[in-house]
Design a protein around this ligand. Structure first.
Ligand code: ZN
Ligand code: ZN
Length: 218
């Protein structure tokens, strides 16, 4: 089954939300619902999608702010790695006070914890790959030949590690997990445009073969 990916760009930190759909059943996984839940719901309704789960690649606010309204509307479970539950409180976001009334933030409580391994939700089969570094509970979601990397790896960049992360973990996650996937894997990052494993091995200025933390090809 080849899934169809739709992207919604959210205004808060220009984060990407992805709607991953099985075109035969319309069943859809909502990955990283960000700040613009109305836009996300509009994309779901306009395309007659059937949301069956919310999965967050990690707990940062720009990737989970839409969890509450989307859960309220569709009554679907919200999955996140337990190590990132620490970010799902208003108190974790006081640094955002210059931008928004953080006391008004409501983030849904997770229903299920992600673990590394295969996960089947409805008719959609996915693999959860634990990729700590940007945050302790960061994961990548591998569906067919597509990889949703959250803020672990971007096109020609990597995630920052100063909001609960660790650079050594990030390097290990990218080199030992993401770069071990087939070279033609399409990467859908949490911010910015898509790329491939091959492109990042060749050109990423941090993790590529000529990068700051160079990847060593066998
Ligand atoms: Zn993040
Ligand atoms: Zn982000």
């Amino acid at each position: 089954m080849d899934t169809v990916v739709r992207r919604v760009v959210n205004s808060l930190f220009i984060a990407n939300t992805f709607l991953v759909t099985n075109p035969e059943t319309r069943e859809t996984i909502v990955i990283d619902p960000g700040s613009n839940h109305e836009k996300i719901i509009q994309a779901i309704e306009e395309n007659s999608l059937r949301p069956i789960a919310i999965i967050a690649t990690h707990g940062h606010i720009d990737h989970v702010l839409g969890t509450h309204p989307i859960k309220e509307k569709y009554h679907i479970p919200f999955y996140i790695h337990y190590a990132d539950e620490q970010f799902l409180t208003p108190e974790a976001h006081t640094f955002l006070e210059p931008y928004m009334d953080t006391w008004k933030i409501t983030i849904a409580k997770p229903d299920k914890h992600l673990e590394e391994g295969i996960l089947e939700i409805g008719s959609i089969k996915l693999e959860i790959i634990h990729t700590p570094g940007h945050t302790p509970g960061g994961v990548c979601i591998y569906i067919g030949d597509k990889l949703f990397t959250g803020d672990t790896l971007f096109r020609l960049s990597i995630g920052r590690t100063d909001f609960g992360g660790n650079i050594e973990d990030l390097i290990n996650s990218i080199h030992n997990k993401i770069f071990k996937l087939p070279k033609n894997t399409i990467i859908y990052p949490g911010h910015g445009e898509e790329t491939t494993v091959e492109h990042e091995i060749q050109h990423n200025p941090y993790m590529g073969i000529n990068g700051l933390y160079p990847y060593k090809q066998k």
